[in-house]
Structures are given as structure tokens and as C-alpha cells.
Design a protein around this ligand. Structure first.
Ligand code: ASP
Length: 318
């Protein structure tokens, strides 16, 4: 059901998917449709956020999320500032809270934050007056990624309710899997996860998903396969014998795709490790919607910036 006209987000911040209710998630997905249209126009700019200032505060590397937020902000006519650890006083030892308070003294309206520590955006939401948007916190949540994933699934499959989704790979270090599970369960999808036992966080089944050790069982008949990156930068080593072994057991190959539904879509949040979690032919093949996820990411972030700045359904500036 689509939210009624006049419905708005009940939250000041976007800290995760977990605190949102199903209507709020649907509101964001529906609002994204309008912003997708704006991104297809020859002149991709609307005055919606003119006069607003947004700080992109990235304390961890990012390609897609950071550029996607920046493009979304520009398309909405906001003024934005990119701030990262390298080249800033963070490298001189300034604390997260001090840095954020100093940025806030320049009166931004929103701060988009990525940090290696789970809970960093929540901390900032407590000490800052600005609206905080979580762009990925440690292995906790990555809400805008889950929203763009859900938007892509709905666009390709026409629904989320009743979809069978397999999420495969490094589940232990993934914030994407947690946000996706929260979202997909709220909207009625069925989720199976699979990965090497050393990369499955204990208690994951308590989030309402089926955990399958063998990837083949997870893929059986599914509508969507989401592959996760092996996050070697967060591993101390020893989670699996070798990358070749990993690919043999958990790599998505053309052969394994045949186990899924014949109209399956293949997703990946990026960056890809070709030949580790996904074969190059699959990443570039007919089932892949990986680049469409990136396109949709801009529209999703425009919708979020609009809604968090007080935007209301049915009142979008042309
Ligand atoms: N880009 C996603 C993230 O920041 C996924 C990944 O890095 O593997 O969580």
C-alpha cells in the first residue's frame, strides 16, 4: 500500500533501517520514483534544497556512496562540503565528537557520516543539532544501500512481498546484509543467507533468516541473489584457506546461477572482487543489475535528503 499524501518521515535522522516502520520504507521507495525521473532529464537539477548545507563526513574509504550522495546533493541544489580523515585534523588525533562539533559550528543542516565504528552516527545524533544520515557504520548498518537494493528489486520484480532472496558471502563484516535483512523482513520477503561458517555472525538466524552452509541450497529457486564482498581489510586472516578455495565454494558462477529461478536478478553492493565472490561473466552477464543499483542509488539518496529536510508526499518541487 502506498502512503497517503501528506505522510512524512517520523524520524529526524536516518541512522539505520531497524528504527523505520514499513510505511516509512515504502514512503522512501515511492518518493525515489519521482527523483529517478529527475535524473533522466537533460537538466538534472531542481531547487528543492537550495540554501541548505550538507557535510559529507567520510572517515572510511568510499567510491559509490560518497559520490552518489554528492551528486544527489548537487541535483537538489544543496551546498555540500566533502570532509575526510586524510588531510584533516582527524589525522592529528582530533576526536570524532570534537570534529563533528567544529563542523557543526559552521551550521550545516545535515551531516552524512561514514565511520569504521558501529554506532558513530548514533553518537553524533546525540551531540549534534544537525540531521545525521548513516552512510555505513562498521559492520552495523548501511541504510541507503538497503533502500537502493530494495528499490532495484521492486523495479525489476514489481514487488518485495513474497520474494525469495539469497544473500551470500562475508556475512560477518557486512553492514549491507544487516540493513537488507531488516528491510526485506519488514516488507515481507523471505531471506536465506549463506557463507563460510567462519564468516557467519553468531545469532544471525535470530533476525528471521534461514542460514545455509552450502551456497547451492541457498540459491535453489530464488528470485534475487545478492553477493557480498569478501572484506579482507577487516579480517585478521584465517577465515578461509585461500581466495581460490573461497571461489570454489562460494563464488557465483554461471553454473550455480542455474539453480535459481530462471528470471533471477544478481546484485552486489560493490566494490566487486571479480573471481572471488563473483565470476566476471556473471557480474557482466544478463542477470546482473549491479550498475542499475548504482543509478538507483542517486535517486534513493535524493529522496532521503528531501524527506529528512521535511519533504512531504505529493509536494515535490518540479
Ligand atoms: N560498499 C559497501 C559498504 O560500504 C559494501 C562493501 O564495502 O563491501 O559496506
Amino acid at each position: 500500500m502506498t502512503p497517503e499524501a501528506g505522510f512524512r518521515l517520523r524520524h529526524k535522522h536516518l541512522l539505520g533501517i531497524e528504527p523505520l516502520d514499513a510505511d516509512e520504507v515504502r514512503l522512501i521507495l515511492d518518493t525515489t520514483e519521482s527523483f529517478l525521473e529527475i535524473s533522466q532529464r537533460p537538466i538534472k537539477k531542481v531547487p528543492t534544497l537550495r540554501g541548505r548545507t550538507i557535510v559529507n563526513f567520510f572517515m572510511e574509504p568510499s567510491t559509490r556512496t560518497r559520490s552518489s550522495f554528492e551528486i544527489a546533493e548537487k541535483r537538489l541544489s544543496a551546498d555540500s562540503l566533502n570532509f575526510s580523515a586524510a588531510g584533516s585534523s582527524v589525522s592529528k588525533g582530533e576526536s570524532l565528537i570534537d570534529t563533528a562539533r567544529n563542523l557543526e559550528a559552521m551550521a550545516p543542516d545535515m551531516i552524512v557520516v561514514r565511520h569504521s565504528a558501529a554506532g558513530a552516527p548514533h553518537l553524533l545524533a546525540r551531540v549534534c543539532r544537525s540531521t545525521i544520515i548513516n552512510a555505513g557504520d562498521g559492520a552495523h548498518e548501511h541504510p541507503t544501500q538497503a533502500l537502493l537494493d530494495a528499490f532495484t528489486m521492486r523495479q525489476k520484480k514489481g514487488r518485495i512481498d513474497g520474494l525469495e532472496v539469497a544473500i551470500v558471502g562475508d556475512l560477518l563484516h557486512s553492514r549491507v546484509v544487516r540493513s537488507n535483512i531488516f528491510l526485506l523482513k519488514k516488507l515481507g520477503a523471505k531471506v536465506r543467507v549463506s557463507g563460510p561458517p567462519t564468516l557467519v555472525p553468531p545469532g544471525l538466524h535470530r533476525l528471521g533468516v534461514e542460514v545455509r552452509t552450502h551456497m547451492e541450497e541457498a540459491l535453489e529457486g530464488v528470485d534475487v541473489v545478492m553477493m557480498l564482498r569478501v572484506q579482507q581489510e577487516r579480517m585478521l586472516g584465517g577465515a578461509f584457506p585461500s581466495l581460490r578455495e573461497y571461489f570454489n565454494l562460494y563464488g557465483l558462477t554461471e553454473e550455480r546461477i542455474k539453480l535459481a529461478h530462471r528470471d533471477v536478478i544478481v546484485m552486489h553492493p560493490g566494490p566487486l572482487n571479480r573471481g572471488v565472490e563473483i565470476a566476471a561473466e556473471v557480474a557482466d552477464g544478463p542477470y546482473s543489475v549491479i550498475l542499475e543499483q548504482v543509478t538507483n542509488g542517486v535517486a534513493v539518496r535524493m529522496a532521503i535528503l528531501y524527506l529528512l529536510s521535511g519533504g512531504v508526499v505529493g509536494e515535490l518541487a518540479a
